[in-house]
Design a protein around this ligand. Structure first.
Ligand SMILES: Cc1ncc(COP(=O)(O)O)c(C=O)c1O
Length: 467
């Protein structure tokens, strides 16, 4: 047998070794520290090595990998409450194993129509969950940043087939940086990107938006896109989408929703009420690697009119004439990618295996856990909560102003993280240091959220006594 092929026996053994490795990691996740970076750079250096000419035993490779996995932020564990978690459900890894082992080609539809359809169906389900009409479509991407890039290019092409030099795009000062970054990559210079101020709940100030658009038009500019936040990274704020849509419609402007973090809260019973107007937006960024708990590298862009995505990305080549799609467009007609992984299976298989209710219940649990932590922190008068959580982020700090108070808060967060049970991250809001709790991992349950609150309260006592 060719050395690059694995016999049935060798494959079975390798899978068993890999499964043992994975179970060893997953079964101990709750006991592993929430962060362990001691000696991580030294360990990283051991991987600076020449390319080996000959083979190595898998068990030895796994033995090297284990510490590399562990010397990290424990992003898969229940204590990960930093940035935007997700966890990574194991069934998605099984889908990846099947997809990459069978290695069929889905960049275009004709080589594997049923597999392409599996992916299209999974996208259809996401569109349904967002309340989109049946004509809507979309594409699975590697994440929110790439979804946003394709949305901007689709909006730009829809409005400016030729010259977009006067085109302006509107976002709030809370919008994720992937939006101005994507704008730059799409050729929209920073001078054409307007950052609209926010209100007291950190939502876009829609009157300022209307005013800025009117001023820009009067100055001869061509507003073409507004990005509405459906769950900001800082605090989970949701912009006033109905009002943004009204302004957008009045000026013929494409309205895009960045629901990378917030969109999947629509699964909850109260979800649709949290984000009215979302189904009317021209496009939606969604990150299944956040609110659907899939592994990193799973994003989605939905568009009400798939022809817009196609106009922006479709191109022909003679060497592809054998595989021109007859029914649905090829995925390569809807995104910058041609060859790509069969990422649809990673979404479809877990949804079929577990059923949508399992995801719905997990999302509802995250909202309830956030409420639990919020109520307890609010009841402790040493803390200032920046806003009542709109989704599953709580932004807070120990009361006090100035650099000394910032330092106390930094100290508080480091002490909590050093305990190793939970891992929190911070941000700056209006120039002040703010600690965040983001509850989104499917592995985070009540006990761990309680640990976070208890650690914060106990360490607050220590920090205030020292300070
Ligand atoms: C609100 C929001 N939008 C977009 C992104 C970018 O997504 P990604 O990291 O998948 O590229 C993030 C990432 O955390 C986010 O929180």
């Amino acid at each position: 047998m060719h050395p690059l092929e694995l016999s049935s026996e060798a494959l079975r053994e390798a899978l068993e070794a890999a499964a043992t490795f994975v179970r060893g990691e997953i079964d101990t996740l709750a006991e592993q520290p929430s962060v362990d970076l001691a000696g991580a750079e030294e360990l990283a250096h051991t991987f600076v090595e020449p390319l080996p000419a000959g083979p190595s035993a898998l068990n030895g490779i796994l033995d090297r990998l284990r510490p590399a996995v562990r010397k990290s932020f424990n992003t898969a564990g229940p204590g990960y409450l930093a940035f935007i978690p997700g966890g990574g459900i194991p069934s998605a890894a099984i889908a990846d194993f099947i997809a990459t082992s069978t290695n069929r080609y889905v960049g275009v539809r004709p080589p594997a129509p049923a597999l392409a359809q599996i992916e299209e169906t999974a996208i259809r389900w996401l569109a349904d969950l967002m309340g989109y009409p049946k004509e809507a479509g979309g594409i699975l991407t590697s994440g929110g940043s790439l979804s946003t890039l394709s949305a901007i290019v689709a909006a730009r092409e829809a409005r400016f087939p030729e010259d977009f030099s006067k085109g302006t795009i509107y976002l709030s000062s809370e919008t994720h940086y992937c939006v101005p970054k994507a704008a730059r990559i799409a050729g929209i210079r920073d001078a054409r990107v307007r950052r609209i101020p926010i209100d007291a709940r950190r939502r876009m100030d829609t009157e300022a938006l209307a005013r800025t658009i009117a001023e820009d038009k009067a100055a001869g500019l061509q507003p073409f896109m507004i990005v509405a936040n459906v769950g900001t990274t800082n605090t989970g704020a949701i912009d006033d989408i109905p009002r943004i849509l009204e302004i957008g419609r009045a000026h013929g402007v494409w309205v895009h929703a960045d629901a990378a973090y917030g969109g999947f809260f629509r699964l909850a019973a109260q979800g649709a009420a949290l984000m009215p107007g979302l189904p009317e937006c021209d496009s939606i960024t969604l990150d299944p690697h956040k609110g659907m708990f899939l592994p990193y590298g799973t994003g989605c862009l939905l568009v009400r009119d798939p022809a817009t995505l196609q106009r922006a990305h479709s191109m022909d080549a003679e060497y592809l004439h054998d595989v021109r799609a007859q029914t649905s467009p090829n995925f390569s007609d809807l995104s910058p990618e041609l060859s790509r992984d069969f990422r649809g299976l990673r979404l479809w298989l877990p949804l079929v295996l577990h059923g949508a209710d399992a995801f719905r219940e997990a999302i509802e649990e995250k909202l309830a856990l956030t409420r639990l932590a919020y109520e307890q922190l609010r009841a402790d008068e040493r803390f200032e909560i920046l806003d009542e959580p709109q989704l599953s982020v709580i932004a807070f700090r120990l009361k006090g102003e100035g650099e000394a108070a910032d330092r106390l808060n930094e100290d508080l967060m480091s002490r909590v993280n050093a305990r190793g049970r939970v891992f929190l991250s911070s941000t700056r809001l209006d120039g002040r240091y703010v600690i965040r709790i983001c509850v989104l991992s499917f592995r985070t349950h009540k006990g761990r959220v309680q640990d976070a609150v208890d650690a914060l309260r106990e360490e607050a006592t220590a920090v205030l006594a020292n300070g």
